[in-house]
Ligand binder design. Sequence first.
Ligand SMILES: [Zn+2]
Length: 270
Amino acid sequence: MSQEFVPAGSVRPAPAFQCHIIVAEGQILFRAGRFVLGELPLPAAQVAGSHYLGELGGRPCGVHRLAEPLAVAGCEWRGLRSLLGAEDELHFALAGRAMQVASWDRDHRFCGRCGAATRDHPRDRARVCPQCELVVYPRISPCVIMLVTRGEHCLLARHAHHRHGLYTALAGFIEPGESAEQALAREVQEEVSVVVGGCRYIGSQPWPFPGQLMLGYLAEWAGGEPAPDRDEIAEADWYHWRQLPELLPPPQTLSGQLIQTFVDENNNRQ
Ligand SMILES: [Zn+2]
């Protein structure tokens, strides 16, 4: 079977699912080491909502949301974060997509403007308020993630509130009215008091914790020495590309890929 996933655009009417993903409260149901199941392993009456996601290997694939992680014979619940690095890129992205669609479905049963119960949109993946006509699509929050570089050095930071203690690139949410480049410059200034000049877009990555889209950049240092704000950033310093700290983000993450791009580019110059 081909492992390609083709996401659905318009989602109604949805075809009958041949692959099923079951989620509840940020967890995903596994049976025999897999979360894409050939059949629904529980009574349909226990499902609080279902959404068509697209075709996986040519087979219609859908997500089912349960109100809570019920015990299902022969199955176990796992947190989405535990799939990072344990599943291939396609399956991790599919699990993230399923979780985000299910969370949006759960969180928008009622209109945020007038409080009336919402309904499914006739064609799109959206909830519609029958009273005031507000339409709510799944919310994605754009973020920038940037590795500040200064010749053969890059700026890595350790976050104050993260238990893993990794040395990573800086990141932050884009504010309403900001471009990605403006957000990047503001976040670097706020978090470590460093001024950046030109930046170069490297790539993007959906990050389903809970619904970010990360836009990754390499940004050139233009002034200032790193002075962490201590509130968010515990430590920040320059590291030579040959002498990076051991605790780096995994290669599945965009932060890990930015660091690798910087190392590769320096290596190629040798
Ligand atoms: Zn309304």
